[in-house]
Design a binder for this molecule. Sequence first.
Ligand SMILES: CC(=O)N[C@H]1[C@@H](OP(=O)(O)OP(=O)(O)OC/C=C(\C)CC/C=C(\C)CC/C=C(/C)CC/C=C(/C)CC/C=C(/C)CC/C=C(/C)CC/C=C(\C)CC/C=C(\C)CC/C=C(\C)CC/C=C(\C)CCC=C(C)C)O[C@H](CO)[C@@H](O)[C@@H]1O
Ligand SMILES: O=c1ccn([C@@H]2O[C@H](COP(=O)(O)O)[C@@H](O)[C@H]2O)c(=O)[nH]1
Length: 359
Amino acid sequence: MLVELAYVFFFSFTTLFVMRKVAKKIELVDKPNARKHHEGVVPLAGGISVCISVSYFLYQHIGGAPQLFVLLASLVFLTILGALDDKFDLSVKLRLALQACVAVLMMHFTDYRLVSLGNPFGFGSIDLPLIGYVMTVFAVIAAINAFNMVDGIDGLLGGLSIVTFSSLALLGVIFGDGLTTSICFIFVFAIIPYVCMNLGLLGRKRKVFMGDAGSMMIGFAVVWLLLSVSQVTEAGAHSIRPVTALWLIAIPLMDMAAIMIRRVKRGDSPFKPDREHLHHIFQKLGFSSRQTLVIIVLISTSLALVGVLGEVFSIPEPLMFYGFVLLFWLYHSALSNVYTLGKVVNNIFGVNLVVENAK
Ligand SMILES: CC(=O)N[C@H]1[C@@H](OP(=O)(O)OP(=O)(O)OC/C=C(\C)CC/C=C(\C)CC/C=C(/C)CC/C=C(/C)CC/C=C(/C)CC/C=C(/C)CC/C=C(\C)CC/C=C(\C)CC/C=C(\C)CC/C=C(\C)CCC=C(C)C)O[C@H](CO)[C@@H](O)[C@@H]1O
Ligand SMILES: O=c1ccn([C@@H]2O[C@H](COP(=O)(O)O)[C@@H](O)[C@H]2O)c(=O)[nH]1
């Protein structure tokens, strides 16, 4: 396994170097504008490179797990769709429709779908006979777009996805799910080289972004894995409770849900892009992009650990669910009143968060 992961790592680095050049040549690049505050023209090569690397290594596991073929085909399709979106800015309706199609095809060709929410409210198990199909489509669209929305500062999409894949890998090791562990490690080792280049650790000139190609593909891989481990399938019993999934993707999920609520409250479309996501707010408060990255990844790691520990110690599902709802309420309230909160923090701790004219 270690040798394979070393191969994944070097393969991914090589692919990134090659695809960076190709992306520049075909002008698949991200240019700064009013909403995009990065410096210079950056190749959108990360997603395509990670997809190539992951596909190459996952393909070698298909023999023992034929459903991986459907995963691979979906990842490749979403990467192509994302790359077309990066290049030509496709309409939201078309993107959402095609994401829904991928969800439907996944349910058709595998038995991966929501069949139960477990016992989140404490009144017994909630099974999803037919409504499960519809909810699966929503969950797939939600996960894909949640990971798309966190891709707004260097390292964040890479960091948050590594947190989710690593916690799933850890659960895979603990509960003896070798296939999930292998898939997750392949993603982690394919993403690490991207994070190095994305953060400019190999020089600013070599910087790359994931693009929508990468965020869509990663969001789908995450929801696929969460479905495969949290739902009872014909192939066997589930290994984690559905509620745990919420903790493993807490930050992307809460950021998406909270920003949609705030947009609707101020009379905007919930799908209207802006600079009000969690990472933007930290920066407006005066934190640098790197400090913001470290803070959000640390929070995300802590929340994922709550999920893992909840599984390991069999903490009752209602406690895990109401705990998540409370967390979301605190998160949403804090972000809705962030500048008042900033003033309180300044007064108590004598720090200097920027709270005037920030919005
Ligand atoms: C538009 C925007 O924001 N843009 C960003 C972005 O810019 P960029 O340029 O990249 O992008 P574009 O602007 O071009 O385009 C972006 C995309 C669009 C315009 C499309 C927009 C689409 C959306 C916003 C998606 C909305 C879709 C939905 C379906 C939303 C619904 C929201 C929910 C919270 C519902 C949740 C649905 C579920 C079914 C819940 C679970 C979901 C999961 C994902 C969990 C997955 C897990 C499993 C499948 C395993 C099983 C587990 C479960 C189902 C969970 C168990 C459930 C329970 C225990 C009970 C029930 C629980 C719940 C209902 C969940 C409760 C959740 C909370 C309380 C949170 O990026 C730029 C850079 O950043 C930025 O500037 C720009 O603004
Ligand atoms: O690694 C990254 C990724 C993104 N950004 C900045 O965010 C915007 C939005 O990116 P989308 O992929 O369109 O969501 C991007 O243009 C960059 O300005 C970044 O700095 N680093």
